[in-house]
Design a protein around this ligand. Structure first.
Ligand code: NAP
Length: 260
C-alpha cells in the first residue's frame, strides 16, 4: 500500500534513504522540496526525480540552521508530507566518544529534526484537510538504535531514542487537530552511512526497500514504522536486558568507527 502525496518535503535527499524516498515519491503532478548540503549530489537526485515527471525545488541548506529551515518550509506552500530524514552517525571505535562528535550528532539528529518538524507542523495547522481528513503528515526518521543504548554509539542511540519518543508522543495531540506524526525506525540500510561499518549487519536492506516500507507505513497511518521485524525484535530484546549484562555483551562486539 502506498499513497500518492502531491507535495512532499524531504531533508537529506542528496544521499541514501532520503534519495530513495524522493525517487519513490516522484511522479507526474508531484511537487518535491528536497534539501541537502552537497549541491552536486542534490542536483543529481533532482534530475532523476524530474525524469520521473515530478516538479522539483532543491534547497542547499543545513538542517542545523533554524532560521533558514523555517524560511524554506514557510515558503514551500501546501505540504502533504514532510520527512525529517537528514542525519549523521558515528561511533566510539572502542574509545571515548569525542565531545565535538557527540555535539554534532545531537545538533543534526535532534535539533535538525526539530528545525524541520516544528515549522512543518505550524504550516500544516493552517492547511485545509485533504481527502483523507488529514491536514499533513510529518515522518521523523529515527532508527532501531532508538531501542538499544549501544555503548559503541552513545550519541547516535540517544538522539534516535529522543526523536522516536518525541514523534510518538506528539502524534497523540497533533492528530486531534488533523496532523499525523510518524516515527520511522529502520534497521540496517545499505547507504553511504553504513558503507564504512566494518561489522556484519543483520538483515541489511536496500535503500529502495526501506523507502517502500517507510511510505507504506505512513500510508497505513502507523505511528511507529519499525522494520525489518527480526532486527526490531532483537533490538527490543537487547533494550530490555539489565544494563550491566548488556554492557558485558556489547563490550565483546565491534563498535562503529569515529567520525572522519
Ligand atoms: N543507513 C542505515 O542503516 C540507517 C538505519 C536507520 C536509520 N537511518 C537514518 O536514516 C537517515 C538517512 O541516513 P542514510 O543512511 O541515508 O545516510 P547518508 O547516505 O549518509 O545520508 C544522510 C543524508 O543526510 C544529509 N545531512 C546530513 N547532515 C545534514 C545537515 N546538517 N543538513 C542537511 N542535510 C544533512 C546528507 O546530506 P549531504 O550529504 O548533502 O550533506 C545526506 O543527504 C538518517 O537519519 C539515519 O540516521 C539510517
Amino acid at each position: 500500500m502506498q499513497a500518492a502525496w502531491d507535495a512532499v518535503l524531504i531533508t537529506g535527499a542528496s544521499s541514501g534513504l532520503g534519495r530513495a524516498l524522493a525517487l519513490a515519491c516522484a511522479r507526474p503532478g508531484a511537487v518535491l522540496h528536497l534539501s541537502g548540503r552537497d549541491a552536486a549530489r542534490l542536483e543529481e537526485v533532482a534530475q532523476a526525480c524530474r525524469a520521473k515527471g515530478a516538479q522539483v525545488r532543491p534547497a542547499v541548506l543545513s538542517v542545523t540552521d533554524a532560521a533558514a529551515m523555517a524560511a524554506w518550509i514557510g515558503a514551500a506552500g501546501r505540504l502533504d508530507l514532510v520527512i525529517a530524514n537528514a542525519g549523521i552517525s558515528a561511533g566510539t571505535g572502542g574509545a571515548t566518544e569525542p565531545a565535538a562528535q557527540s555535539r554534532a550528532i545531537f545538533e543534526t539528529n535532534v535539533t535538525g529534526v526539530l528545525n524541520t518538524a516544528l515549522p512543518a507542523i505550524d504550516a500544516m495547522a493552517t492547511q485545509a484537510p485533504g481527502a483523507d481528513g488529514v491536514r499533513g503528515r510529518v515522518a521523523v526518521i529515527a532508527s532501531l538504535a532508538a531501542f538499544v543504548a549501544a555503548p559503541g554509539a552513545p550519541a547516535y542511540c540517544a538522539t534516535k531514542a529522543a526523536v522516536q519518543r518525541w514523534a510518538e508522543a506528539l502524534d497523540a495531540t497533533e492528530r486531534a487537530r488533523g496532523i499525523r506524526v510518524h516515527a520511522v525506525c529502520p534497521g540496517y540500510v545499505r547507504t553511504p552511512m553504513t558503507a564504512r561499518n566494518a561489522f556484519p549487519m543483520t538483515f541489511l536492506m536496500d535503500a529502495e526497500d526501506a523507502a517502500r516500507r517507510t511510505l507504506a507505513g505512513i500510508a497505513r497511518g502507523r505511528v511507529r514504522i519499525a522494520y525489518p521485524w527480526p532486527t526490531y525484535a532483537l533490538a527490543r530484546l537487547a533494550g530490555a536486558l539489565p544494563p550491566a549484562l548488556k554492557a558485558w555483551i556489547f563490550a565483546r562486539m565491534p563498535a562503529k568507527g569515529q567520525a572522519g
